[in-house]
Design a binder for this molecule. Structure first.
Ligand code: S3P
Length: 444
């Protein structure tokens, strides 16, 4: 996986007088991971339109190629995945999944019922993230998982084993953990039932359904019937992946808070378990309109989102809403800094184990820019509106969403802001700087 090291790893973003235009953000990262994995073992060639061509997703495809699939990206941007008809090769080397928690957690579950052995690893950030949360339920299913890094972290050795269905009540609301178990469950004997503390994104469930597999969803309970050690026969098909709402959120908030903001975002994924950011923005007084275009049964729901600028007001973000906007919290903290009054984010302790400790890294950066923010164990309290100062330097700490959130905040400052460690943006949003410039921003 290549993080373009030849490029300078800092960016200086200038304040922006007007923020306007129309964008199509790149494909959904969660869906791209799942489709990349499942198409790789399907029978035949799958055509994927809208696959996210980012470092995280390319890293996953490389891992799938090491396991036997072949991929080909056309000039038009469509990806063709030649599936292995359910067979996998034992990889000759470790599978390096870079910065992607989704790839390592889902692939561990996915591989645990195949008759091969593999070692899954990643960059320093990924090797410090908790993996016991998947090892525990997968081991209960009979999987052979060894966490060979310190303190329950990757590298992870997976050795194929016979699996059995389990009933599992998840201690944390995590779509990655849920999906890891669901993918393992396909090659298990018997039924697997998962109970979530709060509903989380359900892309895996819907993609499995689109592949014709019977997955039952009943409130917070998901049930899937295992196909035994040979797994189900999956057939290649065409996939159409919408734009990632987590990427669109940067521009939604930039436009919503900007005096002269007017942005239209096309083909944004509108899975109801991902749209909480829109509800929060409405509560903050944002002028935001959604025009749904594609319903669920035609693939993932998607539509156009139009946002124009106004004065935002503070809000409280907590409880069941958190899993449905977990990746948008850094940029929602920026919205809080620009809004009038207090914004409180709580019940979000999971942020401490993301690509960085996002509570700490976000609070530190906001403070550097003169924002009045108080760090809490499970979130933060922000008093706005801030007069954004640029005396210091922001630092993403290698976390793509922190880098992009700070770039958006810089658009509201009174002088240019330099952000350190911005190459990580490639993991989820290649083209971020081009889009910022397209909307009227300036970056060096
Ligand atoms: C994801 C689930 C979330 C999210 C991550 C992508 C997924 O993680 O933060 O960016 O694709 O399932 P958790 O499952 O750890 O909450």
């Amino acid at each position: 996986m290549v993080l373009t090291l030849h490029k300078p790893d800092t960016a200086t973003v200038s304040p922006c007088a007007k923020l306007a235009g129309t964008l199509t953000v790149p494909g959904d990262k969660s869906i791209s991971h799942r489709v990349g994995m499942l198409a790789s073992v399907s029978k035949g060639i799958s055509r994927v339109h809208g696959f996210l061509n980012s470092a995280d997703c390319v890293g996953l495809l490389k891992a799938m190629e090491a396991l036997g699939s072949r991929t080909h990206l056309t000039r038009e941007g469509d990806l063709y995945i030649h599936g292995t008809s359910g067979k996998l090769l034992e990889p000759a080397t470790q599978l390096d999944l870079g910065n992607s928690g989704t790839a390592i957690r889902l692939l561990t579950g996915f591989l645990s019922g195949y008759d091969i052995s593999a070692v899954l690893t990643g960059d320093e950030s990924l090797r410090s993230r908790p993996m016991r949360r998947i090892e525990e339920p997968l081991s209960r299913m009979g999987a052979k998982i060894e966490l060979t890094g310190p303190k329950g972290c990757a590298p992870i050795r997976v050795t194929g084993a016979s699996l059995k269905g389990i009933e599992y009540e998840m201690p944390v609301a995590s779509a990655q953990v849920k999906s890891s178990i669901l993918l393992a469950a396909l090659r298990a004997e018997g039924v697997t039932t998962i109970i979530e503390p709060h509903p989380t994104r359900d892309h895996t469930e819907w993609i499995l359904r689109q592949l014709g597999l019977p997955v039952e969803i009943e409130g917070n309970k998901i049930t899937v019937e295992g196909f035994g050690p040979n797994g189900p026969e999956l057939h290649a098909r065409a996939w159409n992946i919408p734009g990632d709402i987590s990427s669109a959120a940067f521009w939604m908030i930039a436009a919503a808070a900007h005096r002269r903001g007017s942005v239209t975002l096309k083909n944004v994924g509108l899975n109801p378990r991902r749209t909480a950011v829109i509800e929060v923005l409405k509560r903050m007084g944002a002028k935001i309109k959604v025009y749904p275009e594609k319903k669920r049964d035609e693939g993932d729901p998607a539509g156009e989102v139009r946002v124009s600028g106004t004065k935002l007001k503070g809000t409280v973000i907590e409880g069941a809403e958190i899993p449905n906007l977990i990746d948008e919290i850094p940029i929602l903290a920026v919205a809080g800094a620009l809004a009038e009054g207090e914004t409180v984010i709580k019940d979000a302790k999971e942020l401490r184990v993301k690509e960085s400790d996002r509570i700490q890294t976000m609070c530190e950066n906001l403070k550097v820019m003169g924002v009045n923010v108080e760090e809490m164990e499970d979130g933060m309290r922000i008093s706005g509106p801030a007069r954004v100062q640029t005396g210091g330097m922001a630092d993403s700490y290698g976390d793509h969403r922190i880098a992009m959130a700070m770039a958006v905040l810089a658009l509201f400052s009174d002088a240019p802001l330099t952000i350190k460690h911005v190459n990580c943006i490639e993991t989820s949003y290649p083209g971020f700087w081009d889009d910022l410039i397209r909307l009227g921003g300036h970056v060096e």
